[in-house]
Design a protein around this ligand. Structure first.
Ligand code: HEC
Length: 229
């Protein structure tokens, strides 16, 4: 293998990593940055609670099963919690809302999208979800303006009524709103790609290995050619 080839593969690997970051920016209103950590178990568990208590009133995450919640050591969800959350549903059931599509159309004019893959599915990913949840325009009497104005939704008029509308009325609640928005964004990022932590760790090894390999081959090349003038 030529040094060029190695350098090329290094560059390609680097680009794969940076493209991930580059995609998150650009387009429309600049998003706020979510403060999420997909290895923070406490945050993920809080996010799960926000999801099941609030979002599941309208949304499903049908690709995540109750049983699946127990399978990730990062989440560490106990059997008791799973039983509490699933109620009468079997372990193999996905996290599915009770809201029927017909009722959703009648109430909101739209069927709320499944959120299993919403983070990779939207430009900006978790930053977008966080921005959306904290991006409603309120009058601070707690009344939601008609048409649900949201700064970060394309066109600003969103069919989703502010799901965290009872927060954000004073400074303390704003902190709580931001935390719940961050936590549920972290949870949604996690369920869309639960193996990303392993992969990130693996990526570091791969890059390290490539750098080392480049160095060794470079020294080898110098050694082999040192007597040729
Ligand atoms: C009262 C019902 C309701 C609740 C509760 C609710 N949503 Fe929604 N959501 C909707 C509807 C309806 C839409 C479709 C909006 C549209 O396309 O205009 C939507 C759309 C979305 C979208 C997609 C926006 C886009 O770009 O298409 C995201 C993300 C989202 N909701 C996240 C959440 C999260 C997270 C929660 C919990 C904190 C939540 N929702 C709670 C009704 C709800």
């Amino acid at each position: 293998m030529k040094l060029n080839t190695i350098l090329l593969s290094l560059a390609a690997a680097g680009m794969m990593f940076t493209s991930h970051v580059a995609l998150a920016s650009g387009g429309g209103v600049a998003l706020k940055h979510a403060s999420i950590d997909v290895v923070d178990r406490d945050q993920l568990l809080r996010g799960l609670t926000v999801f099941t208590d609030v979002c599941m009133g309208c949304h499903s995450a049908k690709y995540v099963t109750y049983k699946g919640l127990m399978d990730y050591p990062e989440l560490g969800v106990s059997r008791e919690l799973v039983d509490e959350l699933r109620g009468e549903n079997p372990l193999s059931s996905g996290l599915v809302t009770d809201l029927s599509p017909e009722d959703a159309i009648e109430s909101y004019g739209k069927v709320p999208p499944d959120l299993s893959l919403v983070v990779p599915g939207r430009r900006g990913g978790a930053d977008y979800v966080y921005s959306l949840l904290t991006g409603y325009a309120h009058d601070h009497d707690g009344k939601i303006p008609e048409g649900n104005y949201n700064t970060y939704f394309p066109g600003h008029s969103i069919a989703m009524p502010d799901p965290l509308a009872w927060l954000d009325h004073d400074a303390e609640e704003t902190v709580e709103l931001e935390q719940q928005a961050n936590d549920v964004s972290a949870f949604l990022a996690f369920i869309a790609d639960p193996h990303q932590n392993e992969r990130r760790a693996m990526g570091k090894y791969v890059i390290g290995f490539l750098i080392l390999l480049t160095l060794v081959l470079f020294l080898l090349k110098k050694e082999i050619w040192k007597d040729v003038h």
